[in-house]
Write a protein that binds this ligand. Sequence first.
Ligand SMILES: Nc1ncnc2c1ncn2[C@@H]1O[C@H](COP(=O)(O)OP(=O)(O)OP(=O)(O)O)[C@@H](O)[C@H]1O
Length: 217
Amino acid sequence: MNGSLRIDGVSLAVAGQPVIGPLTLEVAPGAVVTLMGPSGCGKSSLLAFISGCLDPAFTARGRVLLDGRDLEGLPPERRRVGTLFQDDLLFPHLSVGGNLAFGLPASVRGRRTRAERVEAALADAGLAGFAARDPATLSGGQRARVALMRTLLAEPGALLLDEPFGKLDAALRDQMRAFVFARARAAGVPTLLVTHDAGDAEAAGGPVIVLESTREV
Ligand SMILES: Nc1ncnc2c1ncn2[C@@H]1O[C@H](COP(=O)(O)OP(=O)(O)OP(=O)(O)O)[C@@H](O)[C@H]1O
């Protein structure tokens, strides 16, 4: 059972200029909250701060709590925060199954158990029997589904989606929206979506927060 993701008075600045915040919000397990706002208003930087990957050029205030635990000082790999980007590339030197197995936590032991988890994830993504395939032989939509399943297999406590559908054509985008939000809900993870696309926000079905630019451009 997952807990909620709480952003508590977070503000970011770079070179002495405020970028975003202070922002306070809470995402319940299985809920999707959408962040929209003009280019450069700090959406991606906020996600980087949550995942522990913010460029050190930034200064940050405020706290991020996952299931009540303050993430400050924890390295990215110990935060249990999964991120999916628009350009989420699969490892080209690994098979589709190898890419998925990479997402599995080390605590899932045993070759057979790991292979079963990978097969179940592929079946869930409508890709049963694809484990041995070279990722280069997949369509864009199939690759996107594998990338999402790899992120979910890591059993993240929170999911961050940064323009995850930006590069997909209209038909595929509809399909992927339905797929991603259904999986996020089924996994019961609090999900934060960053997008420019009002259709994404509508498909997400949750609250939408519209940010303003705090910087002169
Ligand atoms: N490493 C950095 N050093 C200095 N400034 C940076 C750095 N990274 C980002 N910025 C600045 O911080 C601001 C926020 O950038 P960010 O990428 O978070 O915006 P965004 O809202 O995600 O934009 P977009 O919608 O275009 O992706 C921008 O003004 C950007 O120029």
